[in-house]
Ligand binder design. Structure first.
Ligand SMILES: Nc1ncnc2c1ncn2[C@@H]1O[C@H](COP(=O)(O)OP(=O)(O)O)[C@@H](O)[C@H]1O
Ligand SMILES: [Mg+2]
Ligand SMILES: [Zn+2]
Length: 264
């Protein structure tokens, strides 16, 4: 689907490209630069604001041989493979929603005990939807979080940190926590403008809209299916034959979705 392709094409490759999360990006970059990355991080915040992306950039930065000032090069083989989310020996992404039990956690713990594939590399375990892990699974992980092997970094990402507090409070004190912020409208507009500029035309936006499962085809003005209260793009923003300038006006190009969806 084009929508995925666009999100993938423009997924940041460097900390500096993460929009609206400067507090996270600069702390992580400096930690990598000074060799002081934590053993475990907790990335909290709503969906789609860069938690997984930041975790991958961190894994790229830790493992990039061309790193500069804590930023990964983004293009070497190691960076590319991590950026694409390919599973390797050293960087593993785990969806806790489907691997939530104690056996999964033990398996993870055992794999993490092995040294990275090369003495310069780091093992990074990115555990998505971490609040889905059972209490027993957290218990199995607690020991390794208390006495982490060298060059192993865990990144737990969650939309619901309060559930982790309920089921595994001691884990929180073992992790460095970052609360990701909602991206502001002006940051979002800036990002859209830069994407439109790089695309050179609105072609892919129109196709994305027409492939949108809920109504994009019938309503070419919509790049995303809006839920009430979420941001949508105005009709003229992605309408037929319009130039990218419609975007640069800024004001009025984005509005809130109506509380009740209009018919049709
Ligand atoms: N802060 C951000 N800056 C730039 N792009 C972002 C940001 N957050 C999300 N994206 C875009 O949205 C896509 C999904 O983000 P992701 O990191 O998977 O979100 P999360 O893990 O928080 O749900 C990314 O591939 C990227 O293209
Ligand atoms: Mg994610
Ligand atoms: Zn690199």
């Amino acid at each position: 689907m084009y929508r995925t392709a666009l999100a993938r094409t423009y997924r940041p490759r460097r900390f500096a490209e993460l929009v609206g999360q400067d507090h996270v990006a600069s702390t992580l970059r400096v930690a990598v630069e000074t060799g002081r990355a934590a053993h475990a991080y907790l990335f909290c915040g709503p969906r789609g604001i860069g938690k997984t992306t930041a975790a991958r950039v961190l894994a790229m930065a830790l493992n990039c041989s061309e790193r500069q000032d804590g930023e990964p090069c983004g293009v070497c083989e190691s960076c590319t493979s991590i950026w694409l989310g390919r599973t390797s020996l050293d960087v593993v992404e785990i969806d806790a929603a489907s691997n939530r039990g104690v056996d999964d956690a033990r398996d993870l713990r055992e794999r993490a005990m092995y040294a990275p594939s090369d003495e310069k590399r780091y093992k990074v375990y990115i555990v998505d939807e971490a609040h889905m892990l059972t209490r027993e699974a957290w218990n199995a992980l607690l020991k390794i979080l208390e006495e982490p092997p060298p060059r192993v970094v865990f990144v737990f990402a969650t939309t619901e940190p309060q559930k982790i507090r309920q089921s595994a409070a001691p884990v929180l004190s073992r992790c460095q926590r970052f609360d990701f912020r909602r991206v502001s409208v002006s940051d979002l507009m800036g990002r859209l403008e830069s994407v439109v500029e790089q695309e050179g035309s609105l072609g892919r936006f129109r196709r994305a809209a027409s492939h949108c499962p809920t109504g994009g085809g019938r309503r070419p003005g919509r790049a995303f299916a809006p839920r009430p209260g979420t941001l949508v793009l105005r009709r003229h923003g992605v309408g037929r034959g319009r130039t990218p300038h419609a975007w640069s006006g800024g004001r009025g190009a984005v509005r809130r979705a109506p509380r009740h969806r209009p018919r049709g």
